[in-house]
Write a protein that binds this ligand. Structure first.
Ligand code: 5GP
Length: 163
């Protein structure tokens, strides 16, 4: 089997604290943490709590259809954020990984048209990423198993909910 980077829930706890610490140490105090959904939802919530930032937005982007397979380009999905909400504020965009970096680049570029300042934070950056995130916990070129997406999907044991 191909080697993978395994992020356990325990290491994840350390990762988000250390990632948030590097944001705090930089002096950047975001008005809003923006999660790139779905992969960035859990990291963004954790980082927002760690930084005591109570304002969380999400932007929904679809790109990967499987391990290493993608749509031709990342696409913003509804519900769409009212971008006027970003006018003249400081935004910290959080995602799980900048792999090709195309998803993060899309979101950062959209935000930069409105916000006063946009910085980005990811748990992992891969060497091929075409955007350099401002804050990175670790670098790897392996496929990453995140704890929230590597367990089987839960379905009803009775099958009732599937009907
Ligand atoms: P990118 O646009 O940087 O290529 O990646 C977009 C999204 O695809 C990431 O935010 C993440 O949700 C998913 N993705 C990319 N690489 C990986 C990976 O190594 N493991 C997992 N689980 N998801 C990935």
């Amino acid at each position: 089997m191909t080697q993978r980077e395994i992020l356990t829930w325990e290491r994840y706890g350390t990762a988000v604290r250390e990632l948030a610490q590097s944001v705090a140490d930089s002096g950047f105090v975001p008005d809003v943490v923006l999660a790139v959904a779905r992969g960035g939802l859990i990291p963004a919530g954790s980082v927002a709590y760690a930084l005591d930032c109570k304002n969380l937005f999400t932007m929904n982007v679809e790109f990967y259809t499987g391990v290493g397979t993608t749509l031709p380009a990342p696409q913003l999905l509804p519900p769409f954020l009212d971008l006027a909400e970003l006018n003249d504020i400081g935004v910290l965009v959080v995602d799980d990984v900048a792999d090709s970096g195309r998803t993060l680049e899309l979101v950062v570029n959209v935000c930069r048209k409105h916000a006063a300042e946009v910085q980005s934070a990811v748990i992992y950056e891969k060497p091929r990423s075409l955007i350099a995130p401002d804050f990175v916990w670790r670098r790897t070129d392996l496929w990453i198993n995140f704890p929230w997406s590597s367990e089987p999907v839960i379905t009803s044991r009775s099958g009732v909910a599937d009907a």
